[in-house]
Design a binder for this molecule. Structure first.
Ligand SMILES: [Zn+2]
Length: 429
């Protein structure tokens, strides 16, 4: 099922992985393979002087039965190394490369992941790193068998590659096991839940000014126009998110003084293309106002669970229309939970950043129209009151507004980190 209908269970394999901590404490003592990550050079077969043109002596890959894939520690010393068929570097890279058009590779975030395997080789230590599609396997030569470490967390005990007449030879079992491990990791990328897009919505715009107030502060006239404050703040937030998440789509519902209707905003939000493992969040930025000039502070809203929404795209289930209400309830509940979490993170971060200078009015549930049609977790932040003089001074001061939007940014990153770190945490924990 897709993320719009229900969430995948986290891969059981993840639960079995060595944690980075385990790896660090065990393996740094064994050999300094991690040290070569990042300091080796990227070398082609030619620059290595490896016998690239040598015809393959490879027989079809042997079955992997008996070759521990993950985790495999301590090493299994019974594995053969020398004497078994080997592949040249070129053949190995060809074997490990993921063929163009594979759906596995297209899963990566920014779409520019290479799918050709590469080797970085450190001649001094006699160690190398094979990488494909963002995954890396570090190996040493001469171990009997050697240890190979995938993505700094999975440990394999495999026959070591070795140098023969200046050329690297890769045992077939090594290549086959690595191929399978890379394929598993790439498949994991495809199913790992991630936030793929964040929509920042500056409230109002164009003919719809939002709240308007004029204050006179120390003889100076202060015109506060909500649509301008919202756009200013949203652009600051947008810039922070873009810098932090080059692999996510960060979208503004407007970037000038225009008026997208509430319906337009909903349509835009729902039209962002997402893969099955991808999620999206919606942050609407507003400023408050009240007839009571003393009312002040910030508040964060999430959509009230009392409002029944259509969060499921019925067209996707035209063959199975009777499950739509059930899926709708599930997703609505999930979106509400997630929206509440985002709202709480933002509320907390603004509190930390603004201290006593801007009081919190809390996290609240509301049937706000802005995101009623958005099929995703959504929150609305009321930055401060345009109708209050102290608040208006914050809203019209770029440095203070930046402080406020930085706090919203941090609240969002808290949520994104938790969501992605736990694989979507809210369903089937
Ligand atoms: Zn507003």
């Amino acid at each position: 099922m897709s993320n719009r209908t229900g969430r995948r269970l986290p891969s059981i394999r993840k639960l079995m992985d060595f944690s980075l901590m385990d790896f660090s404490s065990n393996c740094l003592l064994l050999f300094p393979l991690l040290l070569i990550l990042g300091i080796g050079q990227s070398l082609s077969a030619q620059t290595l002087g490896v016998a690239a043109a040598q015809p393959s002596t490879a027989t079809p890959s042997p079955p992997l039965n008996g070759v521990p894939v993950s985790p495999a520690f301590p090493p299994n010393a019974a594995l053969p190394s020398r004497g078994e068929p080997t592949l040249s570097l070129d053949e190995t890279l060809r074997q490990l490369s993921v063929s163009t058009g594979s759906t596995a590779v297209q899963s990566s975030g920014n779409g520019d992941t290479t799918n050709r395997a590469e080797l970085r080789w450190d001649p001094f230590f006699g160690t190398g790193v094979l990488s494909v599609a963002g995954h890396q396997a570090a190996f040493d030569t001469g171990g009997e068998p050697g240890l190979t470490i995938l993505d700094s967390r999975q440990i394999f005990s495999l026959p070591s590659p070795y140098l023969e007449d200046g050329a690297l030879r890769f045992p077939e079992t090594f290549v086959a096991a690595l191929k399978r491990a890379f394929d598993n990791s790439i498949e994991d990328d495809q199913t790992r839940l991630r936030i793929a897009a964040i929509i920042v919505d500056p409230g109002h715009g164009g003919k719809d000014t939002g709240a308007l107030r004029t204050h006179t502060v120390n003889g100076r006239t202060l015109n506060v126009v909500e649509k301008e404050v919202n756009l200013n703040a949203a652009k600051m937030l947008y810039a922070r998110l873009q810098a932090a998440y080059p692999d996510k789509r960060i979208l503004l519902t407007r970037n000038s003084d225009t008026f997208p209707s509430l319906e337009d905003r909903g349509v835009l939000a729902n039209s962002v293309p997402l893969k099955d493992n991808e999620a999206i969040v919606y942050i609407s930025i507003h400023a408050n106002s009240s007839f009571d000039k003393k009312s002040r502070g910030y508040e964060v809203y999430y959509l009230s669970p009392n409002l029944r929404r259509n969060v499921i795209d019925r067209d996707r289930y035209s063959d199975n229309i009777e499950i739509v209400p059930i899926l709708n309830d599930m997703m609505e509940e999930e979106y509400t939970t997630e929206s509440t979490m985002i709202a709480q993170s933002i509320e907390k971060r603004i509190g930390e950043a603004m201290g006593g200078s801007l009081p919190s009015r809390g996290v609240k549930a509301e049937n706000f129209a802005v995101v009623r049609n958005a099929r995703m977790p959504a929150v609305l932040v009321e930055l401060a009151f345009v109708s209050n003089e102290k608040d208006a001074l914050i809203l019209t001061d770029d440095a203070l507004l930046r402080k406020l939007t930085d706090a919203i940014y941090k609240g969002i990153t808290d949520y994104v980190g938790t969501f992605e770190g736990t694989g979507g945490f809210t369903v089937n924990p």
